[in-house]
Design a protein around this ligand. Sequence first.
Ligand code: FPP
Length: 264
Amino acid sequence: MPSPQSAAPHPGVPRHLAVIMDGNGRWAERRRRPRLIGHRAGARAVNVCIDVCLARGVEALTLFAFSSENWGRPEEEVGGLMKLFLAALEREVDELHRRGVRLRFIGDRDRFQPDILARMRDAEARTAGNTSLHLTIAASYGGRQDIAHATRALAVEVAEGRLRPEQIDEAAVARHMALADLPPPDLFIRTGGDHRISNFLLWQLAYTELWFTETLWPDLDATLLDAAFADFANRERRFGLTGAQIRSAQAGTDASPSADRIDA
Ligand code: FPP
């Protein structure tokens, strides 16, 4: 496997990568091991993914770590995952901070235990000024829930007289969605062989390029990510326009909606 650090920057690298890290359970089951062993291996693959993103110049990485529906998994698996999250927070945040990674969490925090919540808040506060990679962990997150929260926030603004209903447009909704300060994901990767979005960033993925692989998440390596980036680099993103319009706009400036640099 080529070292991420030694590879030349890839020309078609996505600025914002969103990932569904699927296949931990099957990875463990194939080895006749408990599913939690697969999640532990999955946590190591998270580090590989971060390393590659830093090395290739990806600006934002959003990982789906735990969906709002995952709370319904067997108690033992949910408890094990919570322990794993806490351990990862205790172990990784110093190093992420040293490498200039800004760490944030999206999702419904109400169901997390106080020790995890405190670590999440501490990690966010400590890394708030970092800009090398905007790392967002979606935990207890659901895309429909995200849209519902935005809708509720707009309703409150209307009820309080700060917004008129006719002022509700796409930009107004977007302001209240998770990841509002980031450009939408350019590339979505799902490992594990299934071809679905599974209630991840439903609003934000509207024009994202989708890439699926049979590889199970714990087997992720730099070669696989580079293959996804190479495929992405060859896609023509039209955003509802014609190919000719996009090519003429690109001859002048970049026509993609995420052309501005991500601010700190
Ligand atoms: C999906 O695989 C994975 C999860 C529900 C958990 C993701 C967790 C990690 C990658 C490890 C820790 C993450 C962080 C951010 C520290 P699955 O269990 O649905 O796999 P299966 O489809 O093979 O059963």
